[in-house]
Design a protein around this ligand. Structure first.
Ligand SMILES: [Fe+2]
Ligand SMILES: [Fe+2]
Length: 237
């Protein structure tokens, strides 16, 4: 007798309807991530004379840090993959920011910051949400990657466990990568991975999930060295 949700096709494939739906959703999610990555890569490459903002590379590195942190936190493989996918696209909202703002060699004034930088997580998550169910899972971490454990982050000023674990992992991955690579406004240059790992361990401003800090500080410098070996660390403009 046929089981609920079982068709001739599902029977032939040896899969149940739930498994097929899961695989279908995984496929849609991957397609969405690949397309978004492609757009960011093209956007970066379309700029000339050193104007590239390297948003694509930052997203790729953030994904690697996020995956390793999630794995070292003991997350399931599926959850590690999803948080890495969110890392790959977390800053897609920056595509609406003019390169002259992203590459501005000083700290941005409040007006520019609020106009261009603050909206980028929400903008990205709204776009992703419009793609339907596959995007729903990805939109959460993307929307929350600038929230802070003790509050005061953006977009929704969430705090503590109200921030989804994906958002907490991405916050650590994003900050570590941003600090250890070239930033146009940072006169002292990128931080050393070991120094940034110590900052994360101490977390003087209460930015990060206390249960994730030590794990991140232990594994991030090794990820940095791996990225450096393959030429993905950016030390200067
Ligand atoms: Fe961001
Ligand atoms: Fe970022």
């Amino acid at each position: 007798m046929a089981k609920k949700g079982e068709t001739i096709v599902t029977k032939l494939l040896g899969l149940d309807a739930k498994e097929i739906a899961r695989q279908y959703e995984d496929g849609l999610r991957l397609a969405l991530v690949k397309m978004t990555r492609g757009i960011m890569e093209l956007w970066d490459h379309s700029m000339q004379n050193g104007d590239s903002c390297c948003v694509f590379q930052h997203n790729e590195r953030t994904a690697d840090y996020a995956f390793m942190l999630a794995q070292n936190m003991g997350w399931s493989k599926d959850d590690c993959v999803v948080v890495a996918e969110e890392g790959m696209i977390h800053d897609m909202g920056k595509l609406i920011v003019p390169p002259s703002v992203l590459n501005y060699p000083e700290r941005l004034d409040n007006e520019t910051w609020e106009r261009y930088i603050i909206p980028h997580p929400k903008l990205a998550s709204d776009v992703i949400l419009h793609t339907g169910r596959a995007g729903k899972r990805l939109s959460v971490g993307v929307a929350q990657h600038h929230e802070r454990w003790r509050g005061g982050g953006y977009t929704r000023k969430l705090r503590g466990k109200r921030i989804h674990p994906d958002g907490r992992v991405l916050a650590l991955a994003d900050c570590f990568d941003a600090a250890t690579n070239h930033r146009p406004y940072e006169k002292n240059g990128p931080k050393k991975p070991e120094d940034m790992a110590e900052e994360i361990r101490e977390d003087p401003y209460g930015q990060f999930d206390p249960k994730m800090r030590a794990v991140a500080a232990d594994c991030f410098p090794e990820v940095y060295r791996m990225l450096d070996r393959i030429g993905l660390v950016r030390r200067s403009a």
